[in-house]
Ligand binder design. Structure first.
Ligand SMILES: [Zn+2]
Length: 73
């Protein structure tokens, strides 16, 4: 369960993020044009103050990415 960072109310989770006017959600990728999405973005909204938090469902790819960067340097 996610709590609002501002007022600590319980947030509505697992909501989709969509770009207005299109069916495409926004996504996080590595830099470069043809990089795969690093994971689906979800958002949570606080019913009290309207604060929106964006988070990733699955952080495995992010963890791998960070490991890779650590071994290179
Ligand atoms: Zn709130």
């Amino acid at each position: 369960m996610r709590k609002c960072l501002r007022c600590h109310a319980e947030m509505a989770e697992n909501l989709d993020i969509k770009v207005q006017g299109g069916a495409y959600g926004i996504k996080v990728t590595q830099q470069g044009i043809f990089k795969d999405s690093l994971g689906k973005l979800n958002c949570a909204v606080c019913p009290e103050c309207g604060y929106i938090e964006i988070y990733m469902e699955d952080t495995d790819k992010i963890k791998k990415l960070m490991k890779k960067e650590n071994t290179v340097s």
